[in-house]
Design a protein around this ligand. Structure first.
Ligand code: TYD
Ligand code: MG
Length: 440
């Protein structure tokens, strides 16, 4: 059957326009007769307080970064989607997770639909996998994947990838919205019925144009993304949706010859290539989940070529850059006719308003050709009136700056009270952008 995704009308034929609601292109193929099958067993209402002994047992994967991003491990019966561009390292990373779990908690079933069993074995060899409890099934038929998992429900089922498996009863090709959604809901049913965590790999392109994973996001419990530039070895894992834990938690990795290796101190890694003492560089403390990391914001202000000057933001919100330039213009630092580039160096991007103060510091430093002291860090949000506003978690930002050896911190005047306990730091409270420029 084909069903309208807007109003629910159905038809045995595909229709370009729904006769009921008038929506275009809303008909999607679905398997008939599967819709309202009630789950087995009667569900009596129970107290919201969890019964004794029924703790939400989480299964730690054994990879500390992954466990932290998940909020303490995998929740049995939940479905996790790991998204990322092709070639970024998703299969590698999940094979590492599978190995860690297989050596601690028993069988892990890795269903590969994209690559052949021998290709996965080769990757396994590279990762030095010896665990006999890590089982491989090369299947593209979703029914056979489930059958393989039903034989003996594993501690974890991994499906690589959701775009490559298909339900043969549906005529559409693997990777279409119809197939992806059908396969995901079959897997979700398996996860719930058997209380097994299921991890799906999903490919997304840079512009997020592939419909599959996007339409999947509300079918799964947790969405993780593995990001990074293909030209660099740095990889970033974060949760963008998490029914069972925090979002915006982060883990940083380097791709090595033996898979992804977690970077224990992200601040040190992100600042490793900083050339302190050059104009246009400032350090800020940005909050990523439960931890703060220090990143370098770089700016380059230069003469404009003919035409309107360029404003380029890399790893930094272009809207905020425009706002900061307007505020600087109003405070008497004219940059309107100059070219401006701002970037968040080291492979991390920040969309946090708390990075505003550092971006302004970098811009002013570049425009004036004078470096900011190497041991100074700054954080604070800038408002349209040029006021420096308070930010969340000032204390942990200060702590990270202090632990990385910074001596001076510029911060919102409203957050200065937080700084009393940091005796090693020289605290510079800032109330207005104009004051800040003078202080710099
Ligand atoms: P892969 O996991 O296949 O990416 P995805 O599943 O996201 O498409 O990894 C792709 C790249 O990782 C590939 O270019 C080779 C590289 N790689 C390493 O650098 N080290 C390793 O140990 C492995 C297994 C892969
Ligand atoms: Mg892969």
């Amino acid at each position: 059957m084909f069903a309208c995704q807007t109003c629910g009308a159905s038809s045995p034929k595909w229709l370009g326009r729904c006769p009921e609601c008038g929506e275009w292109n809303s008909y999607v193929e679905e398997l008939a007769g599967q819709r309202a099958a009630p789950s087995s067993g009667t569900a009596l209402p129970a107290a919201i307080v969890r019964a004794e002994g029924e703790a939400a047992a989480r299964v730690p994967t054994g990879l500390p970064g992954l466990d932290r991003v998940l909020g303490g491990g995998l929740v049995p019966g939940s479905v996790v989607l790991l998204g990322g561009e092709p070639g970024i390292g998703k299969s590698t990373f999940l094979l590492q997770a599978a190995r860690a779990l297989a050596s601690a908690s028993g069988d892990v079933l890795y269903a590969t639909a994209e690559e052949s069993a021998s290709q996965v074995r080769m990757r396994g060899g590279r990762l030095r996998i010896r665990e006999e409890t890590l089982l491989l099934a090369a299947e593209t038929d979703i029914g056979r994947v489930i059958a393989a998992a039903e034989v003996r429900p594993p501690a974890l089922l991994i499906v690589d990838s959701i775009q490559a498996v298909r339900e043969p009863a549906l005529s559409s090709a693997a990777g279409t919205v119809t197939q992806v959604r059908e396969c995901a809901s079959v897997l979700q049913r398996f996860a719930k019925n058997r209380d097994v965590p299921v991890v799906l790999i999903g490919h997304v392109t840079k512009d997020g144009s592939l419909a599959g994973p996007k339409s999947l996001e509300h079918l799964v419990d947790t969405v993780l993304t593995l990001e990074g530039e293909r030209t660099s070895l740095r990889r970033l894992l974060r949760a963008t949706q998490n029914r069972f834990g925090p979002v915006e938690e982060l883990a940083l990795y380097d791709m090595t010859g033996e898979g992804l290796s977690e970077i224990p101190n992200p601040s040190a890694a992100l600042l490793a290539e900083r050339r302190a003492g050059l104009p246009g560089s400032a350090v800020t403390a940005t909050r990523e989940g439960s931890r703060c990391v220090l990143v370098e914001i770089q700016a380059l202000v230069g003469p404009a070529a003919a035409g309107s000057p360029r404003r380029v933001a890399i790893g930094f919100d272009p809207g905020r850059l425009a706002l900061l330039l307007a505020v600087l213009e109003a405070t008497g630092l004219p940059l309107a006719s100059r070219e401006v580039f701002v970037s968040c160096a080291g492979g991390l991007s920040t969309a946090e308003p708390a990075a505003d103060l550092a971006a302004v510091a970098a811009l002013v430093s570049s425009a004036r050709g004078r470096a900011i002291p190497a041991d100074a860090a700054c954080f604070g949000e800038i408002g349209l009136l040029g006021e420096v506003r308070r930010v969340p978690a000032a204390g942990s930002r200060l702590k990270e700056a202090a632990s990385m050896g910074f001596r001076t911190v510029y911060l919102p005047a409203g957050d200065a009270a937080e700084a009393a306990r940091f005796q090693d730091l020289a605290i510079r409270p800032v109330d207005r952008v104009s004051d800040f420029i003078r202080m710099l």
